[in-house]
Ligand binder design. Sequence first.
Ligand code: TXA
Ligand code: MG
Length: 319
Amino acid sequence: MIGERGVAQAAQILREGGIVAIPTETVYGLAANALNLRAVTRVFEVKNRPFFDPLICHFPSLDAIRSLIPDLTEDQSRLLQLFSPGPLTLLVPRPAAIPELVTSGSDKVAVRIPAHPLTLELLNRLDFPLAAPSANPFGYISPTRASHVRDQLGEKVDFILDGGPCAVGVESTVVEVEGGYGRILRPGGITLEQLQEAMPHLSWGYVTHEGKSKAPGQLESHYAPHKRFLLVDKPDEETEETASDSVFIGFDQPSSLPYATQYLLSPEGNLGAAAALLFEALHRADVGPHRAIVAQRVPEQGLGRAINDRLRRAAAKRS
Ligand code: TXA
Ligand code: MG
């Protein structure tokens, strides 16, 4: 099997301190041995990522997390148990083995167990966790296909492990639990509703990015296409761009304006299906011949929160 060979090769490159693009259920990651300072430094350099933006560490299992970080609280263990493998990232105490560069100097490290068979197999073959940010140049659209990584980073990466299109399509939900309080630092593949239902004894805070408190690296402008990018609430809403020279990315209803091209993320109105196609639609619209991209916000519930967060930040002005 190609997957098999690919995993063995990826493992060898990572052991030697190389960097490998890995598939996850959310987006492709750019992985390095999290305990190897030089390898992690290269990840920042290849992405052109500022050092104040910390990386998530990926593990194969809760046992593997516990062997490096023994002092998880009961709530932390339970959350990981409930949603892993899956798109949940949890902040836990940083052990000395993980260099401060990985956490941008914080005494908390973000950990997650990705739900992708190839990457789980890869992690199981390694005796170190993988530090991996999304495999895009800093600030640009996240990759949900191996081809996105190839187009954006190409030669700069030692190896790309192709695991097909990402099933979830938006990044993991970043969560902090402390005392009786749970805080969502970044909305993502696990919804606020799921978290509230799983742990009703915690009072849940949802940090929108209009809010004061942000996770490091959650910059206002992110996920941005190169083209002019505008948001609308309804398919027929006019913008200052000419529709005939723009691409429309809608949710479930087409626009009756004369757009050059239209993509519907989910004609059935399914937010999960829409999340899975979001970044692919942005990539396609961005390489096409038209001047601008107009995207429609989706309902602000469930996965819609993560989709709207990405759309809003893709539309934010670059500083
Ligand atoms: O789904 C995902 O999470 C993907 C896949 C590859 O796992 N990864 C991803 O990584 O989205 P990245 O680097 O694009 O976003 C990581 C974000 C940081 O920008 C930061 O907001 C938060 O996670 N984060 C990471 N470590 C943190 C820490 N120690 N303290 C607070 N926030 C942290
Ligand atoms: Mg990212």
